[in-house]
Structures are given as C-alpha cells and as structure tokens.
Design a protein around this ligand. Sequence first.
Ligand code: NAD
Length: 322
Amino acid sequence: MAPSFNFEKLGFIGLGAMGKPMVTHLANKLPPESRIWVYDVVEQVVDDLCAEFPERIVKGANAKDVAQSDTILTMVPEGSHVRSVYLDPKIGVCSTDISNKLVIDCSTIDTATSLAVKDHIAEHFPSASFYDSPVSGGVVGAINGTIAFFLGCAEGDPNLERLTHLMGLMGKQIIPCGGPSLGLAAKLSNNYLSGVIAIACSEAFDMGMRSGLDPRTLAKVYAAGTAQNIICDKFCPVPHVYPNAPSSGGWKQGFKVQLMRKDFGLAVDMAKRVGSQNVLGEIGLATYDGAANDPRCRDLDSRVVYRYLGGQEDWQSRSNGA
Ligand code: NAD
C-alpha cells in the first residue's frame, strides 16, 4: 500500500507568477484537514488567495509566521530574496524554531546562497531538512501542474518519497539530482543549454532565410537532421512557423528574457566557480543582457532573442511578394 503523507500544516512564501498557481494546486489537492499559511511582500496577492480559499489558506504576517507550519516552501526571484526570507534575524524563517521541519526552496538562485542557507539551518536546527528544488516548465506549466522539479537530494534520501508526493501535487516529473545544491546546478546547466540553443537557432534560421529558404522548410530540415531540438520545434524563435510557439503570439507568453538573462548569468558564474571551460558563456550573456535591456524585447519570451539579433519577422509578406 502506498504510504500516506499528511501535509496538515504547510507554508508557502512567494506568490508570484509561479508560486500562486503552485499554491492553488496544493489548495485544490491536499486533504480537507490541511491548512496552508502563505506570505508575499505584496499583500494583495495574499488577500486574493485567502479570499479564493477561505477554508484552506491562512494569511501569514511574514516569513517567520509562515514557518509555524511543518513543511515550508519558498518561491522567490533571486538569491538576495532567499537570504532575507530565511535569514532575516527578526522575521525570517530561521528566526523561529524550525526543528524537524521539511523546508524546500524552489527559487532559481546561485548554488552558494542555497548552500549558505542549508548550512545555517544544519547548524541551528540539525533535525530540520532543507532542499533546493528549482522547477522548469514556465508559468503555463505551473498553471497546468506539469512543471518538472530538479530536486537537490540523493536517490536514497529518507525524505524522497515524501518530497515526491508533495511535488507531484504541483508538477509531473521529480528528478533527484544527487545531493544538496545539485538541483540548482542541473537547472542552471539546463537553462544555459536552452539559452545557447535559442541563439544558435535564431542565427541558423536567419542565415537560411536570407539565403532564400522558407523557414517552414528549414524547420523540417532541422527536425529531420542532426540539429533537431525542442527550441527549433515547439519554441521556434521565428514567428508563424510553429503556431503555438511563443514567437507566433508576439512572444507574449513564455519565459521572460530577463529571467533567461538571470539564469544564464548564474550558469556562467557557476561554470567559472567549478573551473568549467565556457567559450559561449560571455557572448551568450552579453546577448541576453542586451535583449533584456532592449525595449523591443523586455518582458517578452526569451526566444525574442531572434528579434534582438535582427531576424526577419515579416517573412510571410515577403514570400507572398507583398
Ligand atoms: P515573480 O517575480 O512573478 O514572483 C516572485 C514573488 O516573490 C513575488 O510575488 C514577490 O512579491 C515575492 N517576493 C519577493 N521577495 C519576497 C520576500 N522577501 N518575501 C516574500 N515574498 C517575496 O517570479 P516568478 O516568475 O514566480 O519566479 C520565481 C522563481 O521561479 C524565480 O527564481 C524564477 O527564476 C523561477 N522560475 C520562473 C519561471 C517563469 O517562467 N516565471 C520558470 C521557472 C523558474
């Protein structure tokens, strides 16, 4: 028989584009006796969630207040926010006794900050368990409950089953990556690869199109050839090649270019720290930095790098002879 896990007192901090739909899944799927304490620096979003789930969700005054729960999840933007959420001496999670608690940070941040928080918790609350567990799959995945979790723990970790059950309420795949901070290392390495592919894909399409090829033909060629990858297929940076790609909707939905810039920068830093040769890192970072600060690209899906690099967007009217 499958073990039953009771998440009766859960806490969630950071109710933004990702956090809010993740909490909504928990509120909809946890057993009726469970309560979820939530906190965000933006009070309105807390109030909205409490109003939506009056029986289930409880407003927390701050991170410390939320830490009265037995399991604490966090989903905030950057390492500095994670530090303040956990280590603020007056209102941080660690300013109250979190002995025996299960603590999971899902934010995408640098591994050094994650390990610093883990070490602090291990020193002050040795019976508590802290895990990094960044996610992939974007806002749409968070809403649909299809995100993947890259969990910083070993296959044999005693909490793995419990963690897998909890994350399975919010996502589809839970991949234990081997140990502390390795979930983050996996996520950063993945986003580095995805970011590099998007630049290469934009350039490859552009050179082919300027040589006279229809991008739909190029897409077929890449799919049949050795260049096949999901950015060329489903996230095609050239608009109107794949109808559901963010580019076909004006890059409005997807993974914001500023977030790609952030993750790419974290990956390049990580590569330096671990002594990994990284010839595409600096140029990739400069490209995403430029795109993130370009008003034509800012706030749009990161595959807008195609526009930033001067790719043709009106190819359909050109090929119609208009
Ligand atoms: P977001 O900016 O939409 O939400 C972050 C939330 O955290 C905001 O509501 C903010 O008010 C809150 N917050 C900030 N500091 C806080 C603090 N000290 N205490 C409490 N709340 C605080 O960001 P997001 O898109 O939800 O991303 C969250 C994390 O998930 C980031 O690390 C991001 O890189 C990662 N991520 C995002 C996506 C995506 O597509 N958006 C995909 C995968 C991973």
